[in-house]
Ligand binder design. Structure first.
Ligand code: FES
Length: 210
């Protein structure tokens, strides 16, 4: 949509005859023009303030959308760390070798095992839905109606390990992929993220400037 102002002829312009160059302008008409110009300038100032202000987001707005750095050094294998980004819970899980092995075995039971639906950046559209296989980063919000699932990370008898949403019973695996036939229509979201170094993640920004 174009923001160009539309051009319309002023009312009564059909009968308007421009004054000849050099013709003397009657005093009353001069006054009228001066008053119109003043109102026009005031009107321009009134709309200019919010328009210009919109170019510069407030500090609060910037903080709300700002990326978040997370120290992952203390996350032991099999543990989950909770962070917050843009007011949403973000989970960082260091998966064990046993946990990673379940990702292949549960595939036939998943709705979108190969992450075909764009619920993750391209660099996480792989078998582990992550940059480094062991480290999973997910937005902890169910894709059904927005509850926050609980983590049940450890694989046990009859449970492959993953996340369970108590609101309507959706189950996700240890890569945040939803099982088939669940109320949640898609896999959990992988946010944009990048490694600043071996022990620090930046969530909300990646090397492509997301
Ligand atoms: S909100 Fe998670 S299953 Fe409905």
């Amino acid at each position: 949509m174009s923001n160009s102002p539309s051009m319309t002829a002023p009312a009564g312009s059909g009968s308007f005859t421009p004054a000849k160059p050099g013709a003397e302008m009657p005093q009353r008409r001069k006054l009228l023009l001066a008053a119109t110009s003043a109102v026009g300038a005031a009107g321009a100032a009134a709309v200019a303030v919010p328009f210009v202000a919109s170019w510069f987001p407030s500090e609060r707005a910037k903080a709300a959308g700002a990326p978040v750095d997370v120290d992952i050094a203390a996350i032991e294998p099999g543990m989950l760390l909770r962070a917050e980004w843009r007011g949403q819970p973000v989970w960082v899980v260091r998966r064990t070798t046993e946990m990673l092995a379940t990702l292949e075995t549960v595939k036939p039971r998943l709705a979108d095992p190969d992450s075909k639906v764009a619920q993750q950046p391209d660099y996480a559209a792989n078998a582990t839905r992550s940059i480094k296989p062991e480290m999973l980063v997910l937005v902890g919000i169910c894709t059904h109606l927005g509850c926050s699932p609980t983590d049940r990370l450890q694989p046990t008898e009859g449970w492959a390990g993953g996340f369970y949403c108590p609101c309507h019973g959706s189950v996700f695996d240890l890569a945040g992929r939803v099982f088939a036939g669940m109320p949640a229509p898609t896999n959990l979201v992988v946010p944009p993220y990048m490694y600043l170094n071996d022990t620090r993640l930046r969530i909300g920004e990646d090397s492509k400037g997301a």
